[in-house]
Design a protein around this ligand. Structure first.
Ligand SMILES: [Zn+2]
Length: 553
């Protein structure tokens, strides 16, 4: 038997909150008491895809290439940068590549940079369930009595007293279900058109007094794994039984399509998918090293962390309790279990819409349908603190001349610096870096690196919006991470071996240290591997040298 190591990622598990509640989490507390535990410092910006790229590559954003949610490159239009949720942007290899090349088997159940599989290595199973969502087709919606169209197919709904009769399309013709008012359906396999192709999809329905909520749809589009048959197996054995909700449906809550209780139900459904999917993958694939993932702690914290009442905090605690169960379900599968997170969380009271400010000062233009008019847009905030100028000869279809560039940058920076919250006269941006010459690839021309406490930022822009909006509790995010360099920068790390018990040991590490630590635990020669992180020595000494598993041929 080879050594088996499992890396469990609990998105957003915050060191600060963990310190408050760890005694209430039986499994995690047990691991802490007989293993290693501590703060895990994330990278800047501490946003999920950026932090997870650093976790799996052992490199800082500037070296692994995943620098922001939208990665700007020369020769691409400002409207279509590379996405951080893809392997395309990765400049250095993730840990699974080194392991696979050394002959180890790897399973990744979810990671933003797992796909597309650009490495094509043997014995490497790479999945990212989020790729089952398809733009414009996956959105949740409401349907009512009569004829409805979903994904170009007809759904017929009849209501008799409090009972709904729903006729909907499946891949082998029309099917029917009945739902009582108030009732949630089981996972529903549906059929419909997205773009030019037709797909099987899965959703849940919630029958309500006047309409039916159709939850976000996931598709069997064969884009969420590098093994086709395994996607079929997951679909049949997990998805059709437990559905495939991937996050709490914040978008619908925010648009007032659903209420808070319905939102919580979608969080529970997301948990149910990830729990069952993860166990299925651990049981049905061969691996020496596996990465698993749970999003719901982060989901709940985003919505509720800034709400100062007991109810809100109890829901967050509930998220950690589910994470605790999630870890418990996986414990027996590995010799060494490392539980970690990608960042923490910070409270916000107000949200600043940077692209709205750019629109207000006339450097960003919206069309009537609230889409950005790129042919008239001179600058754009792409998230991660980066504002990029739509520069001629750098951006494809760029409109700003190099002569105009320095003036434009100064004009925007002046407006950012002068942005003040009229309610309290507080200046919003505390640190801005501007360039006098155009930035290279993967960088902004203007970089926002500091924001006043209690303010969050968003790249969202539409006509009907103010530059600064107050958080509507239980409807809008009240927690954020990314730029605050405080609680949001610190996640957790817990390491435990069922073979080597230690007395509660404190650990202080960086997220970039995790990948080199894993390589060391597998005894991989790292002399030619460039990583910014360093192996966590105490951990390697305890778990690495004392394990008797390294008998690979
Ligand atoms: Zn995250």
């Amino acid at each position: 038997m080879n050594l088996k190591i499992l890396l469990i990622v609990i998105d957003g598990a915050s060191y600060k909150i963990m310190e408050q509640i760890k005694e209430r989490l039986p499994t995690l507390n047990k691991l802490i008491e007989s293993g290693f535990y501590g703060k895990l410092e994330s990278v800047l910006p501490s946003l999920t895809p950026i932090a997870l790229a650093s976790l799996v590559s052992g490199n800082l954003p500037e070296h692994n290439g995943i620098t922001a949610p939208k990665i700007f490159l020369k020769g691409r239009p400002l409207s279509s940068p590379l996405s951080a949720f893809s392997s395309e942007g990765l400049k250095t290899d993730p840990v699974w590549v080194y392991l696979a090349k050394a002959g180890y088997k790897v399973t990744v159940t979810s990671n933003p940079q797992a796909l597309p599989d650009k490495w094509g290595l043997k014995n490497t199973i790479l999945f990212d369930p989020y790729k089952s969502k398809m733009k414009k087709c996956s959105d949740a919606r409401l349907i009512a009595e009569g004829e409805n169209k979903i994904l170009n197919k007809v759904w017929l709904i009849e209501k008799r007293n409090s009972r709904y009769l729903i006729a909907y399309p499946s891949s082998n013709g029309e099917k029917e279900i009945e739902l009582e008012e108030g009732e949630w359906s089981e996972p529903l396999e549906i059929y419909g058109k997205c773009g030019k192709e037709e797909f099987k999809g899965v959703t849940f329905l919630h029958a309500r007094k006047n309409d039916i909520y159709v939850a976000p749809i996931s598709f069997l589009n064969y884009k969420w794994g590098n093994v086709i048959e395994l996607q079929d197996k997951v679909w049949n054995n997990v998805v059709l039984k437990h559905g495939m909700i991937l996050d709490g449906d914040y978008h619908s809550l925010n648009r007032e399509l659903i209420n808070f209780d319905e939102y919580i139900k979608t969080v529970e459904l997301a948990y149910s998918f990830f729990l069952n999917y993860t166990v299925f993958m651990l049981e049905n694939t061969n691996w020496d090293f596996a990465i698993t993932y749970l999003p719901i702690v982060d989901n709940l914290q985003h919505l509720l962390y800034g709400v100062d009442d007991e109810k809100a905090f109890n829901y967050i605690v509930k998220g950690y309790e589910l994470a605790d169960e999630f870890v418990k379900a996986q414990l027996d599968y590995a010799d060494i279990v490392i539980v970690c997170s990608d960042h923490g969380i910070a409270k916000i009271r107000k949200k600043v819409f940077i692209n709205k400010l750019l629109e207000k000062i006339n450097v960003l233009k919206l069309k009537d349908n609230d889409e950005i008019d790129w042919s008239k847009t001179k600058a754009y905030y792409g998230g991660g603190g980066q504002i990029r100028i739509n520069l001629k000869n750098r951006e494809k279809n760029g409109i700003v001349s190099s002569k105009e560039f320095p003036k434009l940058v100064k004009y925007i920076v002046r407006n950012l610096e002068n942005l003040v919250d009229e309610e309290n006269n507080e200046r919003i941006f505390t640190s801005i870096i501007e360039r006098d010459t155009p930035a290279g690839d993967r960088e902004g021309d203007i970089k926002i690196t500091g924001i006043a406490e209690n303010y969050g930022v968003s790249s969202l822009v539409k006509k009907d919006l103010n530059v600064i909006e107050k958080v509507k509790e239980y409807r809008m995010t009240s927690g954020e991470h990314g730029y605050f360099r405080k609680d949001d920068l610190y996640g957790i790390i817990i390491a435990y071996s069922k073979n080597v018990k230690v007395r509660k040991s404190y650990l202080n590490a960086k997220i970039i240290d995790v990948a080199p630590t894993i390589l060391k635990l597998f005894n991989i020669n790292t002399t030619n591997i460039k990583m910014d992180g360093k192996p966590i020595i105490t951990l390697v000494e305890k778990y690495g040298t004392t394990n008797s598993y390294q008998q690979k041929a």
